[in-house]
Design a protein around this ligand. Sequence first.
Ligand SMILES: NC(=O)c1ccc[n+]([C@@H]2O[C@H](COP(=O)([O-])OP(=O)(O)OC[C@H]3O[C@@H](n4cnc5c(N)ncnc54)[C@H](OP(=O)(O)O)[C@@H]3O)[C@@H](O)[C@H]2O)c1
Length: 428
Amino acid sequence: MTAPFRIAIAGLGTVGSGVVKALTARGDDLSHRAGRALQITAMSARDKARARGFEITGWRDDPLALADSDADVVVELIGGEEGIARDLVERALAAGKHVVTANKALLAKHGLALAKLAEDRGVSLKFEAAAAGGIPIVKVLREDLIAHGVDAIKGILNGTCNYILTEMEASGRSFAEVLKEAQAKGYAEADPALDVGGGDTAHKLCLLSSLAFGTAPDLAHVAVEGITHITADDIAFASEFGFRIKLLGVARRVGDKIDQKVHPAMVRARAALANVPGAANGVLVDAGEAGSFFFSGRGAGEAPTASAVIADIVEAASDGDQPSPVFGRPAAGLAKLAPADSKAGVSPWYLRFEVLDVPGVLAAIARHLADAGVSIESMIQRGRAPGEPVAIVMITHETAQGAVERALKVISASDKVRSRPCMILMES
Ligand SMILES: NC(=O)c1ccc[n+]([C@@H]2O[C@H](COP(=O)([O-])OP(=O)(O)OC[C@H]3O[C@@H](n4cnc5c(N)ncnc54)[C@H](OP(=O)(O)O)[C@@H]3O)[C@@H](O)[C@H]2O)c1
């Protein structure tokens, strides 16, 4: 009879608790699927005394001790790109243990080195929960959509941002008001910078990009813009034009280069990505001749994330002596593709200026845009109360990002322009 598969879990917070509860509740079926009994043998977190709603098994004060325990797999659910999480993962892999983690920050930064270590030691390093939570997109890119290659991935990968943008549209409230409410409801962290600044989306995007394109995770070359500057006006204008604003992570092959960026975009209201609601995630994969595929569902939270972690645990238990390469190809052969010039891609742009309502302002803006080669397709000017700035919104024809940015730099310098102009890519 096959020996039980012993599981050590570090981190018993939202995700760790979900994993313990699901392994306990559905242990028999999961063991049946794995072909051997799944057995939690050790646990660690910061505070032993905390009530967690389940029985603690094999407590260790020091999570690093899990790497030296008799476990077959160490499940890292502490988080953070450095410190205890990194030390534990390195130590467990070096000790010849499989590792399952949900830690996108760690893998985005150290993924290549950790993948090499895992493959050297002949063990698995699995991370289904690290990108898009419960949506099994890591497996899809690593094992399924491989025959024709991937041309592009476009995803809503951060539930906090999607919740905020959805609520702003539904209620007409400002970013700051909705963020505050999201924090009160537990949809946003007390320090929301990593989410609303786009950094969390960038972590996930570079993992998906690596799986899709056979490259090493390359966070340094992801251009990142968040949603903090999006106003209720932008959302209302987008709606008037038949669009919705979404924070997208986009990775695409451009010749022999890769373009990776995170930015708010206006997506046509009928498109699948525009209809990813609230805190959900959605990922569109353009898989060449195989066609386009769209995945959506819950990208975070206890049960969806635990679901992805458990799928990895069961897979590691069934892998036997032949773990598959971490990023789908042997780590030593992951390409270092040059980044594409992310400012070169053309699209229509939404531009919003807050200006003083005095003669000549509009003409000056139009002239600066024309000087940079930016031509305008349509324009709306909204009056405000006397003395208040006026919103001028323009939609450009297809133009390179670099050209629009050059024009906005000159326009921003005018004392008639009251705030930094806003530019948002419009999906054509
Ligand atoms: N939450 C989600 O929906 C979600 C989704 C996808 C991926 N993830 C990822 O999953 C990981 C865990 O996230 P989470 O939301 O479950 O975090 P969490 O609720 O904050 O839980 C973190 C756990 O780590 C423990 N911990 C923190 N610092 C520690 C230290 N120095 N030594 C020992 N234990 C320590 C905490 O112990 P105490 O309980 O004793 O304080 C807690 O049990 C992160 O990498 C996160 O990015 C989370």
